[in-house]
Design a binder for this molecule. Structure first.
Ligand SMILES: O=C(O)CCC(=O)C(=O)O
Ligand SMILES: [Fe+2]
Length: 303
C-alpha cells in the first residue's frame, strides 16, 4: 500500500498523553488518554508505559464498562477467572469479560467475589498454565476508608537478591496446587486430595525466576504464600523457610507502591513482574471493582 494513501485514510492525530512516573520507583500515572477514541498510537504508548513501569494508573477519568472492555481487547486476548464464569459469584451481568470484585449485597446475596477481607500478596490466577499478563482494575464504588491496594516490584526484588539465593532459584520450578483456591475451597472439577503430602497434590509448576515475554528481563515469580506451595526439589521445611525469606522482600515497603483509591481510578498492572495485596475494610460499606485480564505467555526462564 502506498504511504500517502494510508496517511490520508488514517490521519495521525497528535497524542496528548503524559506519563508521569510515581515517586515510589515503579508505577506511573497516565494523563490525557481518551477512552472513547482509543487511538491505536495512544494505546501503544500506554502499553509501553505499562511495560516500563509495571503498574500504570488512570485517575480522574469517567469511562464505561464497554470502554473498559474495548480497551482491554486492544491489549490482548481475554483470560477469564473461574469466578467470573456465568452463574459464578463474580460474574458481571452484561460483560462476560469482567470479573466483579465486591462485597455488595443484592437480594441478600453477595454480588461479587472476595468480600471485604484483606487479601495477602499474590499474582493473579497463578494456577493457570498461562496466567494473565495485564490486569485492569476499575473502581466503581469505594468505602470511605480502607481497601487500599499495594503492588510490589518483582524485577527490583530479583535484581537485589543475594547471589547465593539466585543460584538456588535460577532454573528452579515452584509448584502451586490447582485443587484449592486462595481461600481454601476445593475448586470446581477437583476433589480434595487423600494425602497430606502437598507435593503429590494436583498442581501446576512455573519457573521461580521468570523471563518476561516482552521485556526479556528476569524477575522473581512467587504466586501466593500458601502452605501448599512448594519449591520443587527442596525438602519441605527448606522450601517453606526460603519462601518465607522471599516473601520477606515482597513485604518491604521499599519495593512497593500503595494505591489509595479515588472514585473512577483504574490501575493496570503487569501480572508477570508485580505482586499485589489489598487491605480489608468495614463490611458495612460497599466496595465494587471491575477487573479484566489479558492472557500472558506460559512462564519460561532464559538465563
Ligand atoms: O480489590 C483489590 O483491590 C484487588 C483485588 C485483587 O487481588 C485483584 O483484583 O486481583
Ligand atoms: Fe489479585
Amino acid at each position: 500500500m502506498n504511504r500517502s494513501a494510508t496517511a490520508t485514510q488514517f490521519p495521525r492525530v497528535e497524542t496528548s498523553i503524559q506519563i508521569t512516573p510515581l515517586s515510589t520507583g515503579f508505577g506511573a500515572d497516565i494523563e490525557g488518554f481518551d477512552f472513547e477514541r482509543l487511538d491505536q498510537h495512544d494505546v501503544a504508548q500506554v502499553r509501553q508505559a505499562w511495560l516500563d513501569h509495571g503498574v500504570v494508573r488512570f485517575r480522574g477519568y469517567d469511562f464505561t464498562d464497554e470502554q473498559h472492555v474495548r480497551f482491554t481487547a486492544m491489549l490482548g486476548d481475554f483470560v477469564k477467572h473461574p469466578r467470573q464464569l456465568k452463574g459464578e459469584e463474580g460474574a458481571h451481568g452484561k460483560y462476560e469479560e469482567i470479573l466483579v470484585i465486591s462485597n455488595a449485597e443484592v437480594d441478600g446475596k453477595v454480588a461479587g467475589t472476595m468480600g471485604n477481607d484483606e487479601a495477602d500478596w499474590h499474582t493473579d490466577t497463578w494456577f493457570y498454565e498461562q496466567p494473565p499478563a495485564a490486569a485492569l482494575l476499575h473502581a466503581i464504588q469505594l468505602p470511605p476508608e480502607g481497601g487500599d491496594t499495594f503492588f510490589a516490584d518483582m524485577y527490583g526484588i530479583y535484581d537485589q537478591l543475594p547471589a547465593s539465593i539466585r543460584r538456588i532459584l535460577e532454573g528452579r520450578l515452584i509448584q502451586f496446587t490447582t485443587v484449592f483456591d486462595g481461600s481454601g475451597r476445593v475448586r470446581a472439577g477437583h476433589t480434595a486430595p487423600d494425602t497430606d503430602d502437598v507435593r503429590l497434590w494436583a498442581h501446576v509448576r512455573h519457573p521461580m525466576v521468570r523471563t518476561h515475554g516482552d521485556s526479556g528481563r528476569n524477575c522473581l515469580y512467587l504466586g501466593l504464600p500458601s502452605a501448599s506451595t512448594w519449591i520443587v526439589g527442596l525438602p519441605l521445611d527448606e522450601s517453606a523457610s526460603l519462601l518465607d525469606e522471599l516473601f520477606g522482600y515482597v513485604r518491604q515497603p521499599q519495593y512497593q507502591f500503595k494505591q489509595v483509591w479515588q472514585d473512577g481510578d483504574m490501575v493496570m498492572w503487569d501480572n508477570r513482574c508485580t505482586m499485589h495485596r489489598r487491605d480489608g475494610w468495614d463490611a458495612r460499606h460497599t466496595r465494587i471493582m471491575h477487573r479484566t485480564t489479558t492472557l500472558g505467555e506460559r512462564p519460561f526462564y532464559r538465563c
